[in-house]
Design a protein around this ligand. Structure first.
Ligand SMILES: [Zn+2]
Ligand SMILES: [Zn+2]
Length: 164
């Protein structure tokens, strides 16, 4: 995954909120936890993790909705104020510095396939994963799975958060 500028853009369903990712994401999660199943009304959620300052709003504004999360610490889901589609979310751990962009809102979601499948202990049994795909029952350590460049970007993010 390079840090070069991309033309990865996304939009909500009523098209009033549009955003662009300034680079490739850090890592892409396909999460099969029950919380993601409920929030999406589907079998899993596809989230591209990226620094918040690499998500540029091109049109509209988002409304941030406090939402319970599995950790108990809550998450903030950024939604279009009109159609209420979720565009990204932040979790308590990293705060707003790190966004989980909903890959399905991209114009070309095919460009960000998952890097790992997480919480597969609660995966719907009919979802079949390719045998070479990284899979974990629950969560994992980024230091063991992320590419070096993404770990360096994460370290820079943490350093920036500590200095403010
Ligand atoms: Zn909308
Ligand atoms: Zn989940």
């Amino acid at each position: 995954m390079g840090s070069e500028s991309t033309d990865l853009e996304g939009v909500c369903t009523c098209r009033s909120v549009r955003y662009r990712l300034a680079s490739a994401p850090l890592f892409v999660h396909c999460c099969h936890c029950r919380w993601c199943q409920r929030e999406t009304g589907s079998a899993f959620a596809l989230n591209a993790m990226i620094e918040a300052d690499r998500v540029a709003l091109l049109a509209g504004e988002v409304e941030v909705v406090d939402t319970p999360s599995q950790s108990g610490k809550g998450q903030k889901i950024a939604r279009c104020p009109r159609c209420r589609i979720a565009l990204w979310s932040n979790y308590a751990g990293a705060g707003d510095a790190l966004r989980f962009v909903r890959v399905g809102t991209l114009d070309e979601p095919d460009r960000l396939p998952p890097d790992i499948h997480i919480f597969t202990a609660s995966k719907q049994p009919w979802v079949l994963l390719p045998p070479d795909m990284p899979v974990v029952d629950e969560y994992y350590k980024a230091s063991e799975r992320w590419p070096r460049e993404s770990l360096e970007r994460r370290a820079a993010l943490i350093a920036r958060a500590r200095s403010t």
